[in-house]
Design a protein around this ligand. Structure first.
Ligand code: SAH
Length: 219
């Protein structure tokens, strides 16, 4: 991108990608997706100079854009390819959505705050990311009209694994979800559906904002 400060972005980006490699992100498709998506566009102006730091940052409505390492880790764990349809719960800034859009056929993403959903959607249009369908809704319900999904990724933490979402996972489908109480211990789980059975692996301790019931009231 040739924006003011482009050179600094280039250096900060290279540093981040190297750091992610060192932390065990080995999937080159994931690394190059992170390289391509302009994270500086997804963070609030006040934090733009930190856009390529390996940290989470605040966005509106008291929510957060996830740490690049966690985005890379979850995306790698999802084992997604360009034939697959992915459901994401918790659009937030839209950053994780944009990363996924580089790697799969189509991303369906749900956000409970209309303001965040609108902002993310206009950014997707700006960046010409055409394989994203975004809507406002309660992610607990999933997206029945579009189910089953090859992959599901949840970027807010439910206290327990949501059955409704697991039910929208296709055969051989994989769901990546941080599970645990708000402020308590949370772990990223990888849930795999095989022959009607669900297998669950615990991958990484994390801290996410909670998955909250219902569409948010605003204004
Ligand atoms: N993937 C995002 C992470 C945003 S934080 C990013 O990269 O920026 C998690 C988001 O999940 C928040 O925006 C929050 O409003 C949203 N969320 C929480 N509960 C939800 C629910 N039940 N349905 C849809 N979105 C939800």
């Amino acid at each position: 991108m040739t924006e003011p400060g482009g050179e600094e972005v280039g250096a900060a980006k290279a540093r981040l990608i190297m750091e992610l490699r060192g932390e065990g992100i080995t999937d080159t498709r994931v690394l190059s997706a992170l390289e391509r998506v302009p994270r500086e566009r997804f963070v609030p102006d006040a934090f733009r100079e930190h856009a390529w730091d390996n940290t989470s940052l605040p966005i509106r409505q008291g929510q957060t854009i996830s740490q690049p390492y966690v985005v890379a880790f979850m995306t790698q764990a999802l084992m997604v390819n360009d034939r697959q349809r992915v459901l994401e719960i918790g659009t937030g800034s839209g950053y994780q959505t944009a990363v996924l859009s580089q790697l799969c056929r189509r991303v369906y993403t749900i956000e409970r705050y209309r303001s965040l959903q609108k902002e993310a959607e206009s950014l997707f249009n700006d960046l010409k990311l055409k394989n994203i369908t975004a809507r406002v809704g309660d992610g607990h319900k999933g997206w029945l009209e579009q189910a089953p999904f090859d992959r599901i990724i949840v970027t807010a933490a439910p206290a327990v694994l949501p059955d409704v979402l697991a039910a929208q996972l296709g055969e051989e489908g994989i769901m990546i979800v941080p599970v645990g109480r708000d402020g308590g211990e949370q772990h990223i789980l990888r849930v795999t559906r095989k022959g009607g059975e669900l297998r669950s692996e615990t991958l990484l301790p994390v801290r996410f904002v909670p998955l909250v019931a219902g569409i948010a009231k605003e204004g």
